[in-house]
Design a protein around this ligand. Structure first.
Ligand SMILES: *[C@@H]1O[C@H](CO)[C@@H](O)[C@H](O)[C@H]1NC(C)=O
Ligand SMILES: *[C@@H]1O[C@H](CO)[C@@H](O)[C@H](O)[C@H]1NC(C)=O
Ligand SMILES: *[C@@H]1O[C@H](CO)[C@@H](O)[C@H](O)[C@H]1NC(C)=O
Length: 511
């Protein structure tokens, strides 16, 4: 827990950051309004301005052949709802939304007593006011485009901001998916799959929450089901019931003429020990994507050091092994497999003098280690975990970034402190993108947005991955860009829905 004064300070700091982001949002809004008026001429300007006015922010998908809506690869990223807090100060608009197809919003959790879904932080998700400070600051832009009447209808919190952003700009389409679970919520999955009533509540509540908050689908992140009598089959049942419930919602909205659907993805373990007993082929019928967590292969729990997000390896711990296992063992269609990448490094403290001095030939993997090293204070606080380094803080000060093409991993080594850190960089991202194309996979995703080097195009991981897939990024629009969805929402919730005021505004402005 933070002390009171620290909380105050962080609030003040958050507010000042909010002011900055609101100005950016205003610019986006203005450019979108411009876009409506001068559609063809203005698109370059919009692009430039979405880039934050700066020249360092990664560019959007550009100079590429137009592709039809749905075709193209997933370029996804997880956004965590603890990102807005000190010292991260990372907001949804910081994501380069012009380059992504999916934002996975992490996490919603399960209430183990009811089976229902609930916010893990309602202030961050739904309440943080991203629009009010702008009115206080009041500039010409504000007066013209974000006057009181408009501000009051915009949805709040990070969930609200993402909803707003995916509807505000027509240049690049992306979906926002509600991610349920996560590492710390695995017990509750175990509870609900053992009880039919809780499971039914879970399914009903998931779909209800997803729709009411304007998400385009559900991501199940159960880490991990155990090999017992209940959980593998329970997992299958959960996913099947979820798909049926979503189908039901879709037929209520669209009748027979469905053009797109609410998606289901699974954040899946990417190693044999946690996969072999799961009914993968059966689950596969009900879901859109397997977000394979092809990272965290080595860490504090390991016997030796290793690259944590390597694509290749002599062992079974690699992205390549996991992908082939899913295809060969379970006949999963490769285009449903999404390669997970890490916007963070994992470190090890190697206690051995033979690594000094460090040369290109020094082998740092498969070594014994003592602890995982302690990132600097700032970094440590940013993640709350030892041994985890946000990509944007790498390579560690005083070290030089290295690349191992055999394993497809970047790393750096701090000789003085014997700290070895492995991670993904732009080279490994590009190589992984080529791997995705070569193997006709569905695409790639990053955990998590906060670590990305958003402000430096040549350093940006998402940009590097997209370059690798030739900027062929899927751009299916949000379900909520369909007027039938908006009408259904307003019918269902009247004035009481989280999005009702804003959707009413959209409805009247589109008519
Ligand atoms: C874009 O990606 C899709 C896979 O989703 C592929 O079928 C298509 O050929 C790609 N298009 C181009 C121009 O490379
Ligand atoms: C506020 O903005 C909206 C939309 O741009 C406009 O319709 C409305 O007239 C404005 N209100 C005031 C008081 O300027
Ligand atoms: C951006 O990253 C590159 C390396 O990829 C580096 O040379 C350059 O100094 C960085 N620019 C800024 C403004 O940090």
């Amino acid at each position: 827990m933070l002390g009171y004064s620290e909380q105050q300070r962080s609030k003040t700091s958050i507010i000042s950051h909010l002011l900055i982001l609101l100005i950016i949002i205003t610019i986006i809004i203005e450019m979108c309004l411009y876009n409506k008026i001068f559609k063809s001429q203005r698109s370059d300007d919009i692009r430039d301005n979405f880039r934050n006015g700066g020249d360092q922010v990664p560019s959007m998908v550009q100079n590429q052949k137009p592709h039809d809506g749905g075709k193209g690869y997933v370029s996804g990223v997880y956004y965590s709802n603890w990102s807005p807090y000190t010292p991260r100060f990372h907001f949804p608009h910081d994501i380069n939304l012009m380059q992504v197809s999916h934002v996975y919003y992490a996490f919603f959790r399960i209430n183990s007593k009811t089976g229902g879904i609930e916010s893990t932080d309602s202030w961050s998700d739904l309440e943080m006011n991203l629009y009010k400070p702008l009115a206080i600051k009041s500039s010409q832009l504000v007066e013209n485009n974000l006057n009181d009447s408009v501000q009051n209808i915009l949805p709040l919190g990070c969930v609200g901001e993402l909803f707003y952003l995916k509807n505000a700009c027509s240049e690049k389409k992306f979906k926002v998916i509600m991610s349920i679970g996560g590492w710390s919520d695995s017990e509750n999955f175990k509870t609900i799959v053992g009880d039919d009533k809780l499971l039914q509540n879970f399914v009903d509540s998931s779909v209800e929450t997803m729709f009411k908050l304007g998400f385009d689908g559900i991501d199940i992140d159960w880490e991990f089901p155990e090999n017992n009598k209940i959980e593998p089959q329970g997992y299958l049942k959960l996913v099947k019931m979820l798909r049926l419930k979503l189908n039901n919602l879709e037929s209520q909205i669209f009748g027979e003429s469905i053009e797109d659907h609410f998606q289901i993805s699974i954040a899946a373990p990417a190693f044999k020990d946690k996969l072999f007993f799961l009914p993968i082929s059966e689950i596969d019928q009900y879901i859109d994507y397997w977000n394979m967590m092809t990272y965290d292969y080595y860490g504090s729990w390991s016997e030796t050091t290793g690259y944590h997000s390597n694509l290749f390896s002599e062992t079974e711990l690699s992205g390549n092994f996991a992908m082939h296992y899913m295809i060969d063992e379970f006949s999963v269609d490769s285009s449903k497999l999404v390669l997970g990448m890490a916007a963070y490094g994992r470190s090890f403290h190697i206690k051995d003098s033979k690594f000094q001095p460090f040369t290109q030939n020094t082998v740092l993997i498969n070594q014994h280690f003592k602890g995982v090293g302690k990132p600097g204070k700032e970094i440590d606080k940013a993640d709350g975990k030892e041994g985890i380094w946000p990509y944007k803080s790498l390579p560690k000060k005083g070290t030089i970034e290295q690349y191992d093409p055999k394993y497809v991993s970047a790393y750096c080594f701090d000789e003085k402190n014997s700290i070895f850190i492995s991670y993904d960089n732009t080279k490994s991202a590009k190589t992984k993108a080529e791997y995705v194309m070569h193997n006709k996979l569905g695409g790639g995703f990053w955990w998590e947005s906060c670590g990305e080097a958003h402000t430096n195009k040549s350093r940006s991981l998402i940009n590097a991955f997209n370059e690798g897939i030739r900027f062929n990024v899927s751009s299916k629009p949000s379900m909520f860009q369909d007027m039938r969805v908006i009408k259904f929402y307003l019918n269902k919730y009247g004035d009481d829905g989280f999005l009702s005021p804003y959707l009413k505004h959209l409805e009247s402005s589109k008519q």
